[in-house]
Design a protein around this ligand. Structure first.
Ligand code: GLY
Length: 579
């Protein structure tokens, strides 16, 4: 082609392409219609660990209901998924009966009786981050065993022993270590966990050396502890010899948890928070998780816009999502904490009128400033929360649904294994606001609602959620990921309810996170989003692609056929949907 014609051709081509400049290419897996997940009409369990999902499914086969399967899965994860599955941590469960009745179980950890608001500040008044990252001062009083007991007492059909014993068997007889677990344990043992002799005794490879995928691991002390919980009941943990071991270990190593703290611990039944997004109902976790409130607040804000007008990954859509995230996370910092210690204005935060005022404050073409929006609480002009935690979803043949997220906080929690009892303790105290009065651009929050106090539950972001339409379950979901959790769940819910994706597409699609401060957005790598990101930067956003976000093991139910599809999150190679 002669030179002049070639220039003309290129000019014409670029003119044709200009209208598409701002359209984000669709995330590659989004169009995959071949994989709908594991289909079942008799129930399905989806968790981070294939072994634990199989345990849950085996309980369904034995005639257990969704809660029996959930309790068994949770105990199994404490063995097979030690980075976050636990009996030494805490979490939240939402249960929805087929008749529509829904309750939540709050088994969040509590601050020990001797905890103080400034216990993590050094002589210079700076936060000693190491103290909440690992070691004996990091754990809150564990809630998991009481929480699972409460769920089982209220809803379980099978005997308690039957739902705990599969985990005992896994610990006592051993199981095959996965690639993920081998990598995790080797890293931990060479790092923080290696500092604690009881942790090395529990998780070190017998005879020394590194774990490899395919090795067998036996967890003898954990098996003994789980057997006591199965046979003697949860009081063995809170009032019996296991409590003695925890208190002794704490006293010997400068920790705070006492026998009195353990004996006083109670799980709590709480009324779920509920919201509506177009014709879908959302049932989720109330405080002390910020998850349900922030999720519904974001959906309420977004309902004011015609999101479908643009592609799911168009800059216009991403902009509105970021602005909704910014506003909900600011309210999280302002208002949320343990409702037994602080007045949380839940009704206002969940109201459609309030969301309308927030939506009206969004400029469709320009990013807002987080500092400007929250200048009443920002005291200084970055801290990343750990992204460990684990989520599983269950549905049974009657349509009873369970969504459960629980955690040790960081991967392997405090890295402290209780001597003689074989289980890891959490480092959940780090989820409190550690420096009263200091809220900064790094993401530290120092507002009053989430300051440390004895017996108080630290604010969480865990967001186990159930979406229904016309009174029937449509989506059971949740995720790990620290403060990113709420946004991961938002993405999955929007993908299904607004953008009509299948469960697999919704779980696979790239996720995004903005948490008010730091004022920046991350979006997962792997999605070809450069043109959209360029446009967002022009609008004033700081945005970058990084890593992976969450592990959203979910279930989607076909409203017409009533078939449930278990969709494991492929970001985690050990996850599985079992039926
Ligand atoms: N530790 C994570 C959370 O509770 O949100």
């Amino acid at each position: 082609m002669p030179f002049k014609q070639r220039i003309l051709f290129l000019l014409l081509l670029s003119l044709i392409l200009v209208p598409f400049r701002d359209q984000a290419p669709v995330y590659s897996q989004q169009r995959d219609t071949s994989d709908l997940g594991v289909a079942s009409t008799t129930g399905v369990v989806v968790s981070a660990s294939d072994l634990a999902s199989d345990v849950g499914a085996s309980i369904l086969h034995k005639g257990g209901n969704a809660v029996d399967a959930a309790v068994a899965t949770a105990f199994a994860l404490a063995v097979t998924w030690p980075s976050a599955g636990n009996i030494g941590g805490g979490g939240f469960m939402v249960v929805r009966r087929p008749n529509g009745e829904a309750i939540t179980i709050d088994y969040r950890e509590t601050a020990p009786g001797k905890a103080t608001p400034t216990m993590y500040l050094n002589a210079q008044g700076h936060i000693e981050r190491g103290l909440t990252a690992a070691g004996y001062l990091a754990p809150g009083v564990p809630g998991t065993v009481r929480g699972l007991e409460m769920a089982h007492k209220k809803f379980g059909k099978l005997p308690w022993k039957d739902v705990v014993l599969p985990a005992v068997k896994l610990a006592e007889e051993g199981f095959i270590v996965s690639e993920t677990m081998a990598r995790g344990l080797n890293g931990q043992l060479a790092g923080e966990m290696g500092k604690f002799p009881a942790s090395v005794a529990a998780y070190g490879k017998p005879g020394g050396g590194k774990w490899a995928a395919g090795d067998k691991i036996v967890l003898t002390d954990l098996g003994k502890t789980l057997r006591a919980i199965a046979v003697d009941g949860p009081d063995a943990f809170y009032k019996g010899w296991i409590a003695d071991r925890i208190a002794e270990d704490m006293a010997a190593n400068g920790g705070l948890i006492s026998k009195a703290d353990l004996a006083a611990y109670q799980a709590k039944l709480r009324t779920p928070v509920k919201g509506r997004y177009h014709d879908y109902e959302i049932t989720a976790m109330p405080p002390p998780s910020s998850g349900g409130v922030a999720l519904i607040e974001m959906l309420n804000i977004l309902e004011n816009f015609d999101l479908k007008k643009h592609d799911r990954f168009a800059p216009e859509t991403l902009h509105l999502m970021i602005e909704a995230m910014r506003r909900a996370y600011l309210d999280r910092a302002r208002f949320l904490g343990d409702p037994d210690f602080t007045d949380v204005p839940i009704a206002k935060l969940l109201s459609k009128d309030y969301a309308k005022t927030l939506a009206a404050s969004i400029n469709p073409a320009k990013a807002s400033s987080s500092v400007e929006l929250g200048k009443d609480i920002v005291t200084i002009a970055q801290v990343r929360e750990s992204d460990e935690t684990t989520h599983f979803s269950v549905i049974d043949k009657t349509g009873m649904a369970v969504t459960n997220t629980y955690t040790l906080e960081g991967g392997y929690g405090s890295r402290v294994v209780v001597k003689g009892a074989g289980f890891l303790l959490n480092n959940e105290m780090g989820d409190f606001n550690k420096k009263p009065g200091e809220t900064n651009e790094r993401g530290d929050i120092g507002t009053a609602p989430n300051l440390i106090a004895p017996g108080k539950r630290m604010l969480s972001s865990m967001t186990p959620a159930i979406v229904t339409r016309n009174g029937k379950p449509v989506l059971i979901t949740g995720s790990p990921g620290g403060r990113t959790i709420i946004n991961t769940v938002l993405c999955i819910i929007l993908n299904v309810t607004e953008f009509g994706m299948t469960g697999r597409q919704a779980v696979d699609a790239a996720r995004m996170h903005h948490q008010w401060l730091p004022d920046s957005t991350t979006i997962e790598e792997g999605a070809a989003l450069e043109p959209a990101l360029l446009r967002l930067k022009e609008m004033g956003h700081t945005i970058r692609q990084q890593g992976r976000q969450g592990d959203g093991n979910s279930i989607i139910v076909d409203e017409k056929t009533k078939v449930a599809y278990g969709v494991n999150d492929k970001r985690n190679g050990s996850s599985k949907a079992s039926k």
